[in-house]
Design a protein around this ligand. Structure first.
Ligand SMILES: C=CC1=C(C)c2cc3[nH]c(cc4nc(cc5[nH]c(cc1n2)c(C)c5CCC(=O)O)C(CCC(=O)O)=C4C)c(C)c3C=C
Ligand code: FE2
Ligand code: FE2
Length: 343
């Protein structure tokens, strides 16, 4: 029986209030997030994490003190294992988080001890950014080398238009849209985590891919003259971030008096950015801004169409080998030099 290890990557979140500051330190000490040289970055990360910790602790207090990202990712791992089961092959999904446990070094040792015949690397971010998928894949490469993990590796760098992901997201938007119609003609806001503009200017394909995902969901919905747009949430720090900002769009919906449906298009599981920022903070802003009705579309989580689609993309990548976007090859135009796939 051959053995296949699937490594699922995500950001990670603090599991208790005392973990918030070290989690933030790990995040801001990542050269993919703050580009300064090592010792300076270390000092900046110490400073920002200490300053931001009380704010972030308040955010996580709404979730019982910690992030549900790991249990939610574990549920996806079990669902993917089931979908990937096939005769003559043992498949195990491992989870490696970038900024909190389980960390890449520990997971790579666990995978090496299991002695897989093949390894498939799968960031649980539909859209590629060097700050998320790129950072996790880089960290994994070092951890795998250190653990002596030598099995052949294939990598699915991104899957922004994977048909199962799109069809699950469209089904969830459709359900929410049907409920919202009682309040007028809704506007659909595809809200994604933002990025500093300078990251995009360096050739990062994230925004291009987010827009591809949103357009694919809109096409799948097939609602005539749908009022929709993409906006970006979760801005932190002094840099200029890409827009439009989700909070500005909520205020505009209030002025226009349209019901608002917010669909998180860059997250596939619930955590602070959906459960606190979208469900509590932005709901409050929508009420204050006079938005007639505010709805948040559920994340795809373990939706069967999503799990089946991602499992198909993983199985195909495993057969193809190498590194590519879902389906094979490279999705991004040449201008997005940070995309790791070859044309
Ligand atoms: C698409 C996903 C994400 C991108 C792109 C991203 C970039 C990015 N994030 C920060 C700063 C923070 N992010 C924080 C939380 C957080 N970020 C993502 C995803 C992306 N980040 C997730 C899923 C989470 C939630 C984790 C959880 O709750 O489990 C935080 C911590 C929370 C807070 O203090 O508000 C920070 C800080 C930067 C600077 C950045 C790009 C440069
Ligand atoms: Fe983030
Ligand atoms: Fe890609």
């Amino acid at each position: 029986m051959s053995k296949r290890a699937i490594i699922l990557f995500n950001l990670g979140g603090p599991d208790k209030p005392e973990a918030v500051e070290p989690f933030l330190f790990n995040l801001f000490n990542d050269p993919a997030i703050i580009g300064a040289p090592g010792p300076i970055r270390y000092l900046i990360a110490r400073l920002i994490s200490r300053r931001r910790a009380p704010i972030a602790q308040e955010i996580y207090a709404n979730l019982g003190g910690g992030s549900p990202l790991l249990p939610n990712t574990q549920a996806q791992a079990r669902a993917l294992e089931m979908a990937l089961t096939q005769p003559g092959e043992e498949t195990r999904c491992f989870i490696a988080m970038r900024y909190w446990h389980p960390r890449a070094d520990d997971v790579a040792r666990e995978v090496a001890a299991w002695k897989p015949d093949r390894v498939v690397l799968v960031p649980l971010y539909p859209q590629y950014s060097k700050t998320t998928s790129g950072s996790s894949l880089k960290e994994w490469q070092k951890a795998a080398e250190a653990a002596g993990l030598t099995a052949p590796v294939s990598t699915l760098c991104c899957w922004p238009e994977e048909p199962g992901f799109i069809s699950a997201a469209a089904a969830l938007v459709r359900e929410t849209y049907a409920g919202a119609l009682a309040h007028g003609t809704p506007r659909v806001l595809f809200s994604a985590h933002g990025l500093p503009k300078k990251v995009i200017r360096s050739g990062d394909p994230y925004q291009f891919q987010v827009e591809k995902s949103a357009a694919a969901v809109v096409e799948a919905l097939g609602i005539p003259q749908l009022d929709w747009l993409v906006s970006y949430q979760s801005r932190v720090g002094p840099l200029e971030w890409i827009g439009p900002a989700t909070d500005d769009e909520i205020r505009r919906a209030g002025q226009d008096k349209v019901p608002l449906i917010v669909c998180p298009i860059a997250f596939v599981s619930d955590h602070s950015e959906t459960l606190v920022e979208l469900d509590i903070e932005y709901k409050h802003l929508a009420d204050e801004s006079g938005v007639p009705a505010y709805f948040r579309v559920p994340v795809v989580a373990t939706h069967p169409a999503f799990i089946d689609g991602l499992a198909r993309a993983i199985a195909l990548k495993d057969r193809q080998g190498g590194l590519s976007c879902a389906g094979g090859g490279r999705l991004c135009p040449a201008a997005f030099g940070q995309c790791p796939a070859r044309a």
